[in-house]
Design a binder for this molecule. Structure first.
Ligand code: ADP
Ligand code: MG
Length: 660
């Protein structure tokens, strides 16, 4: 009989998976795939060992649930037998008398309740015959379904060594069908959920945990149950099967299998090593008794937090009592009757090994995790793989993700944090700039209002003082006074027009301009003190932009004048033009005193000046601000006043769109 079906045994509840990779680490065959940080069991690769279910602290791995299917069976007209695994005393230690447990199972609606250990008795004899045969070449026990899947999927060349003998569960099923007819339905109840995928010969498989659920749902308790004994055939020493040397002792009941013929290996590390050594020929003509768990008594279908030695003790005590009361004659009769059945089992290889990925691909995957040389391979195991190379290979095979690498993730986190800091700073600056421009907008409104109101009275003052001045005789003292009034009124008008500029009340008249020539021209129109050297530079390929030349000229000359005024003891004024396809940048840089930090956000406020009375109006930069805004441009200022931090000076950058 061949095994070629494999039910999905483990399901993932995605919301619960918290990316700890413990299941990846504990999966002996790397049947767990991480996609978008979520662990998913790949059924094709799974051997049903249940490790992932056992180790997931979040309960994100859920084993196949069979209670509903069993309830359906129980509702049907078929006769149904419950065959309970010999490890039951380990699970139900709190039920003092096993007969109560049998009664409780009957209450669920089963027609027969038997012990699988009779199947173990039979199977032990089959093993003994095989091991003692003259052409015996060694074998691997085939009673643990997870081990069987492990061999079929990952050591397919070893399949011929799998003992061609049915498991105690299957053997018991055949016995029960022989006894009660082929239409009998069989439900196995045990500590293991790999059993759910072992064979189609058994109709359903329940774990002990599921059995407890059924008791709970039906409110079936020892206190409300009548004791009842197992149905025949009754077992002998097979009951000891689930504790470590189980099979060996069971066989010994009949006639000894020499101890040196048997190698026992339990648990992931041990069985893998044993199979490897067997495959490599270090172990010959031996019976390899392999179990995926640490004895069936600790199987994933048992209640969690069970104590291993207490459980083993419970099984031992049960068997001792059982053997004291055994009806030896009946047992011999049953063995004689049923051992005539066929207990053979055949297995087919189903290779699920992944082809090793190419070196280059692995190297590339390593590089994506920032691992460029062997010293970058920390092999920390945080990803669930033993080595960085294993992890990289899994990435290439589509089983793992780069982000699973903890050192890589930490580095990325650091990067994100510093990026975040940079963005934060940018945000803070943008916020400050926004505040500043809001303030300026308010001032703009105010200034525009004042300027508008002052314009008319100023006009009247200018006009009438001019008239009076014309009428006053030459040399008259009053004429001199009137001249002063006219001059000061003119000055007021200038200030008012400066305010109007700032308030953006003027329109721009954009014309195509050669910005290089334009900037050079701006330099020519200012007075150059002797103690200052001037330089001009242009790196722009295409010098054409649309500007309001009158207003933009004011911008440049004001910047240049400020620069010169900041260098009373001489220095260097560098003027340059840069640009790209969209924008041109006018740069005015001086080596002057610099601007103090606390003044930086006041620069563009009308009337802000640090110059002495009469020297500065504080309207230059306000005007520049208004004009540049009208050009939809930006102003950048960099300045240093501290010699300790490098040469002092200020650089203004006026960036305006080309306007095309
Ligand atoms: P004003 O030149 O009339 O003072 P501005 O609006 O042109 O008014 O400039 C405002 C203030 O900005 C100046 O008083 C000065 O403190 C500062 N400032 C402007 N440009 C420079 C510069 N190149 N170097 C140092 N300080 C400057
Ligand atoms: Mg100025």
């Amino acid at each position: 009989m061949s095994h070629s079906f494999h039910r999905q045994l483990v399901y993932t509840i995605k919301d619960r998976c918290r990316v700890c990779f413990t299941c990846v680490r504990e999966c002996p065959v790397k049947a767990i795939k991480i996609i978008n940080g979520q662990a998913e069991v790949i059924n094709d690769r799974c051997i049903g060992c249940g490790n992932c279910v056992r180790v997931c602290s979040q309960g994100a791995k859920i084993p196949l649930w069979s209670v509903d299917a069993v309830n359906e069976l129980l509702k049907s007209k078929s006769r149904i037998a419950a065959c309970i695994a010999p490890s039951f005393p380990a699970e139900f230690a709190e039920i003092q008398d096993y007969k109560l447990l049998v009664g409780m199972i009957r209450k669920l609606g089963f027609d027969y309740v038997t012990e699988v250990s009779f199947g173990a008795d039979i199977v032990a004899r089959e093993y003994e015959t095989m091991i003692k045969s003259s052409d015996y070449e060694g074998d691997i026990s085939s009673d643990c379904p997870a081990i069987v899947y492990f061999i079929r999927h990952y050591h397919p060349d070893m399949v011929p060594y799998l003992a061609p003998i049915a498991s105690p569960m299957v053997a018991m099923t055949r016995v029960m069908k022989k006894k009660h007819g082929d239409d009998l339905k069989v439900v196995f109840i045990g500590p293991c959920f790999a059993k759910k995928a072992e064979t189609t010969e058994v109709d359903e498989v329940l774990t002990f945990r599921e059995l407890r659920e059924m008791f709970d749902i039906g409110n079936i308790r020892p206190e409300n149950t009548d004791p009842s004994d197992f149905d025949p055939p009754h077992s002998g020493k097979g009951a000891i099967f689930p504790i470590s040397h189980g099979l060996y002792y069971t066989a010994n009941n009949h006639e000894a299998i020499p101890e040196e013929r048997v190698i026992i290996a339990e648990g992931q590390a041990n069985y893998k090593e044993a199979i490897k050594e067997f495959e490599e020929g270090y172990i010959r003509k031996k019976h390899l008794m392999l179990l995926c768990c640490e004895g069936c008594i600790m199987g994933p279908g048992t209640s969690p937090a069970g104590k291993r030695f207490a459980r083993s003790n419970a099984v031992g005590e049960y068997v001792t009592k059982k053997l004291q009361n055994i009806d030896r004659e009946a047992w011999d009769r049953d063995i004689a009757e049923y051992s005539k059945l066929d207990f053979s089992q055949s297995f087919t290889p189903e290779d699920r090994r992944l082809a090793p990925p190419g070196n280059e691909e692995v190297l590339h995957a390593l590089q994506l995790m920032g691992k460029f040389s062997p010293k970058d391979h920390l092999n920390c195991g945080a990803c669930g793989y033993d080595t960085c190379v294993d992890h990289a290979s899994a990435i290439v095979n589509g089983l793992a993700e780069t982000e699973m690498c903890l050192p890589f993730a930490i580095e990325k986190l650091h990067d994100s944090i510093s990026n975040l800091n940079v963005s934060n700073e940018k945000l803070a600056r943008a916020k400050a700039a926004l505040k500043q421009s809001e303030k300026l907008a308010h001032m703009g409104q105010l200034s525009a209002g004042i300027a508008h109101e002052l314009n008319n009275p100023l006009g009247v003052i200018t006009m009438y003082s001019n008239i009076l001045m014309d009428e006053a005789p030459e040399g008259d003292l009053v004429r001199e006074d009137l001249k002063l009034i006219v001059e000061q009124a003119e000055r007021c008008k200038k200030i008012v027009s400066g305010l109007l500029n700032f308030a953006r009340k003027n329109q721009v008249n954009l014309v195509e301009t050669d910005v290089v020539k334009f900037m050079q021209h701006s330099l020519n129109s200012i007075i150059k003190p002797d103690n200052i050297s001037f330089s001009f530079e242009s790196t722009i390929a295409d010098p054409v932009a649309k500007l309001d030349i009158d207003q933009m000229m004011q911008v440049l000359t004001n910047l240049e004048k400020n620069a010169i005024e900041a260098m009373p003891d001489g220095g260097n004024l560098r003027v340059s033009v840069e640009g790209d396809a969209d924008e041109v940048t006018f740069i005015v840089a001086d080596t002057g005193s610099g601007i103090h930090k606390e003044n930086m956000d006041k620069l563009f406020t009308p009337f802000f000046t640090t110059k002495e009375m009469g020297k500065g109006t504080g309207l230059g930069l306000a005007l520049i601000y208004g004009i540049v805004k009208m050009h939809k441009g930006k102003i950048h200022v960099e300045s240093n006043t501290e010699l300790s931090q490098g040469p002092t000076g200020t650089t203004f950058r006026i960036i305006v769109p080309r306007g095309r």
